[in-house]
Each structure stands twice: as structure tokens, then as C-alpha cells.
Design a protein around this ligand. Sequence first.
Ligand SMILES: *Cc1c(COP(=O)(O)O)cnc(C)c1O
Length: 224
Amino acid sequence: MSINLDKYQELAALCSQRKVTLVAVSKTKPVEDILALYKAGQRDFGENYVQELADKQSLLPADIRWHFIGHLQSNKVKYIAAFVYLIHGVDSLKLLREINKYAIKNNRVINCLLQVHIAREETKFGMDEAELEQAFQELRQKPGDYSGIAVCGLMGMASFSEDQNLVRTEFLFLKSLFDRYFQSTVTNIQPPVLSCGMSADYLTAMEEGSNLIRIGSLLFGVRN
Ligand SMILES: *Cc1c(COP(=O)(O)O)cnc(C)c1O
């Protein structure tokens, strides 16, 4: 087992002090590692792959809050709709409608974050500023059509770069959009969620207003 309990205690203390949610990203890691962190007090876990998440959820304690942080395909929403706590990477209205449909089927409201493309890299997913505006307009105009979802904030991934100034600029842009749309918005999760920051850039993200960080390798060791 490779989990780093010292690092966990340090991050958990920092996050509780700053009122930041720590999501432990457990993708590719065995249930034993998740359980070890659970026993140390951790309740929020993040996964990237639908099948892996569904398998782990069925084996692990029911009070874990499962965050889906990967790129979700519309045709796979049904496998996690019954239990997922927060879906971070929603990047289209099509996906939002699909989540809405399965939320209603499961008699629940599913919390979502809209993912914004903030990195220079083309490879990362997410909406640009115009698409985000379109999505919020649609939600405002037809609230009745989206009764199964609650958009609780924004998510972003900065460039994979050593240059913390570049990373900071990207987080600042995300924060400005977050303030525009969520300054005075009451959502299912209070306060609204600004999900940004990973093992390499969580301090910069927190300095720029993140209130949810997604940490994998610092807690579970590097992935293969
Ligand atoms: C894998 C992953 C993380 C965690 O990355 P680390 O660098 O290992 O902390 C966070 N967010 C997303 C979206 C991921 O895919």
C-alpha cells in the first residue's frame, strides 16, 4: 500500500482551516487504499472512469461522497446516476440533459459543475466563455426542463506546466467567471463550488479562490 497518511493529515488540516473541500482522487487505486484513507477520516473521493467508479461504490461504505471528475459520456450517465454526489466535468447541454433525465428516473437531484476550458492546451475539455453563457441562459430560461440537476459551480484544469504564473492566470480567469455566475447564487451545495487545483498546483489554486481541490498522487502515490 502506498498511501501517504502524513500528507493526508497535513492536507486535511490545511483544507479544514481554509474551508476547502479535499477530494481524494483514487482512480486506478485499489479499494484497500481508499478504505485506509476512509478510516483516517476522508469521505470525498474522486474517480475518472464510470465502470471503475460503479465497481468501487458497490464495495465501499455507503457514506462516501463520490465525485465523478472524468470526461463523462452521455451514454454512461445511467451507471452512476443512482449514487454520484457531484459530477465535475459537465461540458455540454447534451450531457446536462442526459444527467437530468437519469436523475429524474432515480428520483433525485444530481449536483453538477460546468467545466470551463482554461488551459492553453487543446487536449483539455470544457466550455469556452460563450458556451458557458449559452448554458446559463438555457438554464435560466427553462428551469422546469432541468429539475433533476443543480449546477453548483465551476470546474477547471490548468495547463500542465511548471510555470505557476501561467497556471495562476488560468485560475484567475476561472475565478472571474465563477464570480460572475455564482456571486449571489444559492445552490444545492453551499457555498457554491469552485473546483480547481491538483497535486502540482493546489496551493496556487487555493490562493486564487478554489474551494475544492482534487488530489491524487500526493495521497495515493504516482499512477502507472
Ligand atoms: C487525475 C486527476 C486529478 C488528480 O491528479 P494528481 O495530479 O494526481 O493530483 C485531479 N483532477 C482530475 C480531473 C484528474 O483527472
